[in-house]
Design a protein around this ligand. Structure first.
Ligand code: NAD
Length: 468
């Protein structure tokens, strides 16, 4: 190892947590060589499927055995409430690993339907996968990549975000304990511009699986085009439109879920429902927004280590500043503050921001176009269904959208019109391991989860055998 380190501080109170190794180009090179060696040796890629499956089941068991430690680590590192970490990120992560493991011997290959020879269409692991992950769901995003790539027999090198690396490092340790052979899973913490770039540029990496901002995804595509042309699979940001129609079946529920859609995980969610689209009707808006405001109180941030806390700290001081700047920018452009808009607990040493609702937002404003990634809801109005669709689709993003309506025809019509990879009708956040997740436009070019999630980690081989 290079011996270089970077300091890790907790966003809860600004306290120093630990120093973490900062991998340099040489370290990444060694990790990739190790991954290549392990892949070619067949120690994992050719392991009998039942054995490979058992190792991943063991990993899921170990995650559950260490669930409290992992949840506390995640909370200390990136500030999200410990109860949510435990339930969604850690237990959800163990469940995802089991789901991927169960698929290992359920995915069959194919034969071509021709009569001239035998055409076999078989799936093989792609080889060495470089995974680069973000800080908002550090453990869970690492699990999506590691679980599906390992299930397919690949060797994986993971570069976690320098803003939240601790649980991914722990995942590497648990995988080793579970029996994942040496070199097959390596965690390489460090800075994006150094360690991430070295992984992206390495010519012995067969594909990059990236989750993060679309700015970084472009850098990765550039690295690929300058080196070995490896595929770069992207899961990027979003600007979800949450459209409420007057004919919604249950406006109380729609209001409650609209608050949850933006304030869950302090808004640090790629598919956060950051744009609330309401009909241009003053009475409707007043009634609906007062409900959303009441529900937003539930998401007031405080110490995320308290099991009752539903919202915690933003990831660091720079991100808090970014959120503040977006809100100020929106006010400067003519939006109005309906609630929130202030830093909370300024004496804590941590980074807390109130659930914030801005009204009078128009589609041309920066806040209506760019991803804030914080607890800030922009309320916009539409004239009719067509207008709502136009506004909803009017950004560079296309990760998700939501529709609240009691009209079945409208539900189908509008969900078909949405230019997004996920559409929720009369709900938000729906989906489990059986449903693919990913985006249109600048939100990405791939899908995680479900059987589609395996595709990027495999090669398809066509073998033609002549019949004599
Ligand atoms: P980011 O792009 O800043 O960083 C993501 C990762 O890329 C980090 O590990 C970082 O170190 C690395 N990186 C940064 N610069 C790099 C470079 N030049 N070369 C190689 N690697 C580099 O994103 P972030 O701030 O960590 O994450 C937030 C973003 O992730 C948001 O846009 C969010 O919407 C998105 N996200 C998307 C999904 C999804 O499934 N679509 C899920 C979670 C987060």
């Amino acid at each position: 190892m290079s011996g270089e380190v970077f300091a890790c501080y907790s966003p809860i109170d600004g306290e120093f947590l630990t120093n973490i190794d900062a991998c340099n180009e040489q370290d990444i090179h060694h990790a990739v060589l190790g991954a290549r060696r392990s892949f070619e040796s067949g120690v994992w890629s050719a392991m009998p499927l039942q054995e490979r499956k058992n190792v991943l089941f063991k990993l899921a068991d170990l995650i559950i055995e260490h669930e409290e430690e992992l949840a506390v680590l995640e909370t200390l590192d990136m500030g999200k409430p410990v109860s949510l970490c435990l339930e969604s990120d850690i237990r959800g992560g163990a469940h995802a690993i089991r789901w991927f493991a169960e698929c290992i011997d359920k995915l069959y290959d194919q034969m071509s339907p021709n009569h001239q020879g035998i055409g076999m269409i078989t799936r093989e692991p792609i080889g060495v996968v470089g995974a680069i992950t973000p800080w908002n769901f550090p453990f869970y995003m690492a699990i999506w990549k590691v679980g599906s790539a390992l299930a397919m027999g690949n060797s994986v090198v993971v570069k976690p975000s320098e803003r939240a690396s601790l649980t991914t490092i722990k995942l590497g340790e648990l995988a080793h304990k579970a029996g994942v052979p040496e070199g097959v899973l390596q965690i390489v913490p460090g800075y994006g511009r150094v360690a991430g770039a070295a992984l992206g540029r390495h010519s012995d990496v067969d594909c990059i699986s990236f989750t993060g901002s679309h700015t970084t995804s472009r850098e990765l595509m550039k690295y690929s085009s300058e080196t070995n042309g490896k595929p770069v699979h992207i899961e990027a940001g979003g600007k979800t439109a949450n459209i409420v129609f007057k004919d919604a079946l249950n406006l109380e529920e729609a209001a409650q879920v609209s608050a949850q859609a933006i304030f869950y995980n302090m808004g640090e969610v790629c598919f956060a429902g950051s744009r609330l689209l309401l009909p241009d009707d003053e009475d409707f808006i007043e009634t609906f927004l007062s409900k959303v405001k009441n529900y937003s109180e539930y998401w007031q941030p405080y110490n995320p280590l308290d099991m009752q806390s539903m919202a915690g700290a933003l990831v660091d001081a720079a991100h808090l500043q970014r959120v503040e700047n977006y809100v100020q920018g929106a006010l400067d452009q003519g939006a109005q503050l309906f609630t929130g808009g202030k830093i909370k607990h300024p004496d804590s040493g941590g980074y807390y921001y109130e659930p914030t609702i801005l009204t009078g937002v128009t589609p041309d404003m920066t806040i209506a176009q760019e991803e804030v990634f914080g607890p800030v809801l922009s309320v916009m109005t539409y004239q009719d269904e067509e207008d709502a669709i136009r506004i909803a689709n009017g950004t560079d993003y296309g990760l998700a959208s939501a529709i609240w309506t009691g009209d079945l025809n409208r539900a189908h019509r509008v969900s078909r019109a949405m230019k997004s990879g996920n559409v929720w009708v009369n709900c938000f956040h729906g989906g489990d391991m059986t449903m693919p997740f990913g985006g249109y436009k600048q939100s990405g070019n791939t899908r995680d989860k479900a059987f589609t999630g395996f595709e990027k980690y495999t090669q398809i081989k066509s073998t033609w055998i002549a019949l004599g």
